[in-house]
Ligand binder design. Structure first.
Ligand code: T5A
Length: 205
């Protein structure tokens, strides 16, 4: 049966690297799938992504930010995720709705009830079967992102913001142990890759 898998974590947690490992594994096993991302995943959702990530002189207010993430997500779900799952393709998404609770809820301090309302309205009962949480202290991830080049609008936030995001993800993983699997990305890329392979062998039965 097709599975819906999401990858979550802080900045520079190593999602791109892990996504490549997952893609190689699924290709080797001849499991038909799509790899996608949030914000983004469709033409219009990618345009919303640019609005969300580019730096601007005008402050993007937390409420507007939240609504833009959900606008992008709604396009993504209706035009890409659901059609793929209906065709029995596995869907692997770089981030999904947990990120709104982590970043806009815990990070920005928006009321969880408002996020929950948008989730119930626009996401409905679509729920990832498995979520891989890539975890590392924010200072490590941010150093990696800085070494990579220019920072986006969210990456320039203060370390406290990212500590709240990380804490939220870890608490959520603790509450939903059957959905979440945590991988420590302080380890070398080779070790992270090995741990992802072990997890994949367990879920891809
Ligand atoms: N967001 C998203 C919200 O606020 N709300 C939402 O609802 C949603 C959906 C998305 C931003 O939007 C926010 C979260 C984000 O801030 P993005 O570009 O997708 O923007 O940002 P990230 O998700 O943070 O992705 P990044 O590209 O910044 O990080 P990755 O993909 O996690 O990291 P990656 O793989 O590119 O690695 C970064 C560097 O570190 C090295 C890599 O080689 C690379 O150079 N690296 C390691 N080096 C040593 N050891 C390891 N284990 C390493 N792992 C990676």
């Amino acid at each position: 049966m097709a599975k819906f898998i999401t990858i979550e974590g802080g900045e520079g947690a190593g999602k791109s690297t892990v996504l490549r490992t997952i893609q190689n594994y699924l290709q080797k096993k001849k499991i038909e799938h799509i790899i996608t991302r949030e914000p983004g995943g469709t033409v219009l959702a990618e345009k919303i992504r640019s609005l969300l990530l580019e730096q601007s002189d005008e402050v993007l207010l937390p409420e507007s930010e939240l609504l833009l993430f959900f606008a992008s997500r709604h396009q993504h779900i209706q035009h890409k995720i659901k059609p793929a799952l209906e065709k029995s393709l596995w869907v692997v998404s770089d981030r999904f709705v947990d990120a709104s609770f982590a970043y806009q809820g815990a990070g920005r301090g928006l009321d969880d009830k408002r996020i929950q309302y948008l989730k119930e309205w626009l996401v409905g009962d679509l729920r990832p079967d498995h979520t891989l949480l890539l975890d590392a202290p924010p200072a490590i991830g941010l150093d990696r992102v800085k070494a990579r080049g220019n920072l986006d609008r969210i990456e320039v936030e203060q370390i406290d913001f990212f500590n709240r995001v990380r804490h939220y993800y870890l608490e959520l993983a603790d509450k939903e142990p059957t959905r979440f699997h945590i991988i420590d990305t302080r380890l070398s890329l080779e070790n992270v890759e090995e741990n992802v392979q072990v997890w994949l062998r367990r879920i891809a039965v």
